[in-house]
Design a protein around this ligand. Structure first.
Ligand code: SOE
Length: 374
């Protein structure tokens, strides 16, 4: 246990992401002996009754419907609300001297992402964008292989993120279907993760995304509002695809969909180099497929040994981890950086770089042209 004062954490948002991060905060002292001590201090939201229930369930001491009061009053502020509330409270927290952990995508628009990136840079504080898939042990293992040169020179990256929860035209409308609230659809919600993973895994080898052409498509133009006879327009994409070239000349293809029937949360990334290849699929997150130069085909590496990234904190080999563990790992890294004044990645700068790519895909779709980011 640290001898420092516990960190008071304020969390805006108590739904899907609120629960995932609160679970992670609760797990930390049990599994990560050297994690900072944390008080789940204040849970922030609008609906007082739902907020009170969530605070009790998630183990928070206080609730508040006023984020402005909270950002000043805690040692770290978690912004886990819908995308349209990412910028203002996060910037206010940084201006108040409070480190911020913000859900992805960093913002609905490039302009807001830029303002957030600038506020983080001006503050000099730890500002993290919660791309949790960087914290899958098999992804860390893959990164180590790439850094060790096991794939040789990287030539191709192929990333897909497929879900099917909107394949039914009667699936209800939510903020995730609205451009004002979300920014984009499958592109920002899912594609942001894949772009971040690509930057994380091979960014040092291939550089940034340099040239991009992309397209977006909306298949269902309006959706029913739950509990009423109303429908609302869908103003974001159901699916996107993009072709890219990196600074090094390596190329990649990327796509995401929320209407890919039969795929629940199928995030895959494949990387091919001059001396080997890697394949990772989120639905088999304990495994990494690797083909080295002296192999004829892929071998499946079960990434659950105590010597594998983060695994010494958990169970004996073969006692597999799940999606929720990625949140424990990212919270461990973020809060340790806050306590120690260290660096945390993915940062707001990383979130901004991802947003540039998303924005270029949108611009390419609108203009029908290939966009240069170089
Ligand atoms: C919903 O589509 C969603 O929860 C995303 O918002 C998450 O980032 C992704 O991890 C799973 O799908």
């Amino acid at each position: 246990m640290s001898e420092q004062e516990p960190l008071d954490v304020g969390v805006l948002g108590y739904r899907f992401m609120g629960k995932a991060h609160s679970n992670a905060l609760a797990r930390l002292p049990m599994f990560f002996d050297d994690a900072p001590e944390v008080n789940r201090h204040t849970l922030v939201g609008r609906d007082e009754e739902a907020l009170a229930d969530a605070a009790e369930q998630f183990g928070f001491e206080h609730t508040s419907t006023d984020w402005e009061a909270v950002v000043d009053d805690v040692d770290a502020f978690y912004n886990l609300g819908p995308n349209h509330v990412h910028a203002e409270p996060s910037i206010a927290a940084l201006e108040a001297g409070t480190p911020v952990f913000c859900e992805k995508p960093l913002a609905p628009t490039l302009e807001e992402a830029e303002a957030m990136r600038d506020a983080a840079a001006d503050s000099g504080l730890v500002a993290g964008c919660a791309f949790n898939y960087r914290f899958v042990p098999a992804i860390r293992y893959a990164k180590n292989l790439i850094e060790d040169g096991k794939l040789g020179e990287i030539r191709q990256v192929r990333g897909q993120y497929l879900q099917d929860w909107l394949v039914d035209p009667e699936a209800p409308w939510s903020w995730r279907n609205d451009e004002e609230l979300a920014g984009s659809g499958a592109l920002g919600d899912l594609g942001a993760h894949t772009v971040d993973l690509a930057r994380f895994l091979v960014g040092e080898e291939v550089g940034e995304f340099a040239e991009i052409s992309g397209q977006l498509q909306t298949f269902v133009e309006e959706r029913p509002v739950e509990g009423s006879d109303e429908t609302r327009p869908v103003t974001v994409d159901d699916a996107y695809s993009a072709q890219v070239e990196f600074d090094s000349g390596a190329i990649g293809t990327f796509e995401a969909s929320r209407v890919a029937d039969g795929h629940k949360n199928d995030h895959t990334i494949q990387i091919h180099g001059t001396e080997g290849s890697l394949k990772f699929s989120l639905e088999r997150l304990n495994e990494l497929e690797y083909k080295g130069a002296d192999h004829r085909g892929y071998e499946t590496i079960l990434v659950t040994d105590g010597s594998d990234p983060y695994l010494d904190h958990w169970w004996p080999p073969g006692h597999v981890l799940g999606w929720e563990h990625t949140f424990v790992h990212e919270n461990y890294e973020f809060l340790s950086a806050v306590r120690d004044g260290g660096e945390f990645h993915p940062s707001f700068e990383d979130g901004y770089q991802v947003q540039r790519v998303l924005n270029a895909i949108e611009r390419s779709d609108e203009s029908g042209e290939r966009i240069s980011l170089a």
